[in-house]
Ligand binder design. Structure first.
Ligand SMILES: [Zn+2]
Length: 55
């Protein structure tokens, strides 16, 4: 099932795809910072949201 990782600060889609990547790896690709709002992203689920994509 496709999944989506969203910045909790601005709802920017950090990752969307069918492969499961851990949120930690995705965050590291952005240097732990949201490219849109500049929010510091941590591994805590409070900062990002992982959702299945219903299509
Ligand atoms: Zn953001």
């Amino acid at each position: 099932m496709p999944q989506r990782v969203i910045c909790q600060g601005c709802s920017y889609v950090l990752y969307e795809g069918t492969e499961f990547n851990s949120p930690g790896e995705i965050i590291q690709q952005y240097n732990c910072t949201c490219p849109k709002c500049g929010k510091r992203l941590s591994f805590l689920p409070l900062d990002i949201e992982v959702k299945p994509v219903n299509k």
